[in-house]
Design a binder for this molecule. Structure first.
Ligand code: CS2
Ligand code: MN
Length: 358
């Protein structure tokens, strides 16, 4: 397990590289050019600037999250080909600077969806929360008001440029069934996977969060059957998955340790975090500790250990603690503690495997 940490870039993150440096066992930074709109080719000078900053702190830049996909590709519009060309050029450039994994997602319109960014937990910390019945009765524009109007930071997945044409997008997706979305994903993968392979890069799709349809939009990366279909559809080692325990875990029917064992050689990147799912379908993000949520984090780490996982892993979201002013879900403290919990489990398993010796 190679531990990495997401960082949003100089001047775009309250967390500093010097601080990340002090978290035990973090070897690389998960990064992106957050100011380049989806569909545009990433400029080499900006890529190199991040590389310089990150490497100056002794980290590598092998994992990118995300190179976002233009909606026209997901909609399957004729204009998609020009955006796919740009995507290919970006993959090639990233390969040239040593990137090994590109995380992306194929969720229409929105990335992750929550109804509350700062719901208080019983310990006084706050965390991202999803209220099922509220979402079912909400207008998408109202949700955008709640989420994207956050004053301090742009929120990944809720970038203003993505939301500019919301009404038109919803109209366009009225025509797109799940099967069409599958076809559009297949078309995209058939185009880009050979380029990724030549560039020494594994593509790792992030599951839909939450793993079900919201606002009537199609969503397809939601469970083991669909991940299996996706991996078989373009059956190549460069076509992989970012196995996100928090996203998949919002549906208690998802057996994540079983997915890790089944898809073992197609998981270049693991997102590990816990959520607590309530009986009414609401869920809130919690600490990483197994007992704090409904996702079996210890069982997940055990599954990764059993398969001899050598891919990259990061703590995903964390709670907001100790008054930290941070991007929702992306504070320093809870993610740092999450890493220590993961290492604690991992190191104990390593020791047991070696018969109890160091
Ligand atoms: C992430 C996703 O912050 C998060 O919720 O896990 O936004 C993730 O970066 C994208 O879905 C990956 O493309
Ligand atoms: Mn995730």
């Amino acid at each position: 397990m190679r531990m990495v940490f997401r960082w949003f870039g100089e001047g775009n993150d309250n967390v500093l590289l010097q601080q990340i440096k002090q978290i035990p066992g973090v070897e690389g930074i998960v990064w992106a050019l957050h100011d380049v709109p989806a569909g545009e080719e990433w400029p080499m000078d900006k890529i190199e600037a991040v590389k310089r900053q990150v490497e100056a702190h002794g980290f590598h830049i092998e994992v990118v999250e995300s190179v976002n996909i233009h909606e026209d590709i997901k909609l399957g519009l004729p204009s998609k080909d020009q955006y796919i060309e740009n995507y290919k050029r970006t993959i090639e450039k990233l390969g040239r600077v040593g990137v090994k994994v590109i995380c992306y997602n194929f969720m229409p319109v929105f990335d992750w969806v929550r109804t509350d960014l700062y719901r208080e937990l019983e310990d006084g910390s706050t965390a991202l929360f999803y209220e099922k019945s509220m979402l079912e009765h909400m207008d998408p524009l109202e949700l955008v008001q709640r989420i994207a109007s956050n004053p301090k930071f742009t929120i990944p997945g809720w970038e203003p440029q993505r939301l500019q044409t919301l009404t038109e997008l919803f109209l366009a997706y009225r025509e797109v069934t799940e099967e069409q979305l599958w076809n559009n994903l297949r078309y995209f993968l058939e185009e880009i996977i050979p380029v990724a392979e030549r560039s020494g890069i594994k593509m790792a799709i992030h599951p839909d969060d939450p793993p079900w349809s919201v606002f009537g939009l199609p969503r397809i990366v939601t469970n083991a059957d669909n991940i299996r279909r996706l991996l078989q559809m373009v059956d190549h080692p460069a076509n992989g998955v970012t196995l996100c325990s928090g996203s998949l875990g919002a549906n208690p029917a998802n057996d994540i340790p079983a997915m890790i064992r089944e898809f073992a050689d197609r998981i270049p990147f693991a997102h590990i975090r816990n959520v607590r799912v309530y009986e009414n379908g609401d869920f809130i993000e919690t600490s990483h500790r197994t007992t704090d949520g409904t996702v079996d984090i210890a069982g997940i780490v055990k599954a990764y250990h059993d398969i001899g996982f050598t891919g990259y892993a990061r703590p995903d979201h964390g709670r907001h603690l100790w008054g930290e002013e941070c991007r929702p879900g992306y504070g320093l403290y809870d993610r740092a503690m999450g890493i220590m919990y993961l290492w604690g489990l991992w190191d104990a398993m390593q020791r047991e495997q070696k018969g109890g010796v160091r």
